[in-house]
Design a protein around this ligand. Structure first.
Ligand code: AMP
Length: 213
């Protein structure tokens, strides 16, 4: 299964990807997680990415494309992968197609998780994660248990200011990629409003339904 999760920041892509990879036994490849790891490790790529990420801007295509194409060429992706956060621009989508074509394989599904803008700010600014386990919480919707609450951290780009920038980038750069996949009949739209378990049920059903192609 070669699949992409698309959606605005805070749509629940990371949460749902973590739920789905066990079912499909494929690696979860999050471009945001890879970039954050590079920033933490202080690599050259990480130093470049850090500036853009802090401001809620997209990291330049050439940096991200190289990183992801190399990753999906790894042995553990031979049976498939779940891309989360990539592609985010039309050049990224084109580069992915070219790499898959070269490898003689195709995408099976692109899932768009839809959440209205007015819910995004609340979702993003309340988001916290446990640096020890990576578990994602939300101060209002999924508060961390007392033993974890003291150590949760907020992502630098989960502030209201960076969130607004990320949302406008999403509409300008990423949303135009959707019709590209829709025209190929591999797009599945999923309502991302509601509890993560409800969204997972919708997502699983959407993936089981026959595609339009
Ligand atoms: P995410 O964890 O997916 O919300 O990504 C966090 C940040 O990493 C984004 O706001 C961008 O700055 C950067 N980023 C992640 N994926 C990409 C991508 N495919 N293209 C450009 N920048 C990206």
């Amino acid at each position: 299964m070669r699949m992409i999760l698309i959606g605005p920041p805070g749509a629940g892509k990371g949460t749902q990807a973590a739920n789905l990879v066990d079912t499909y036994e494929i690696p979860h490849i999050s471009s945001g997680d890879m970039l954050r790891a590079a920033v933490k490790a202080g690599t050259e790529l990480g130093k470049v990415a850090d500036r853009y990420m802090k401001a809620g801007d997209l990291v330049p295509d050439d940096v991200v494309i190289g990183m992801i194409i190399e990753r999906i060429g790894a042995d553990d992706c031979a049976r498939g992968f779940m891309l989360d956060g990539f592609p985010r621009t039309q050049p990224q989508a084109a580069a992915l197609d070219e790499a898959l074509k070269k490898a003689g394989v195709d995408l099976d599904a692109v899932v768009l998780i839809e959440v209205p803008d007015e819910l995004i700010l609340d979702r993003i600014t309340g988001r916290r994660s446990d640096p020890e386990t990576g578990t994602i919480y939300h101060l209002k919707f999924k508060p961390p248990p007392p033993e974890v609450a003291g150590r949760v951290v907020q992502r630098k780009d989960d502030t209201a200011e960076a969130c607004t920038a990320r949302l406008s980038k999403y509409h300008r750069e990423t949303a135009p990629v959707v019709p590209y996949y829709e025209a190929r009949g591999i797009l599945r739209r999923v309502d991302g409003v509601g509890a993560p378990d409800e969204v997972l049920l919708r997502l699983t059903a959407a993936l089981k339904a026959p595609s339009a192609s």
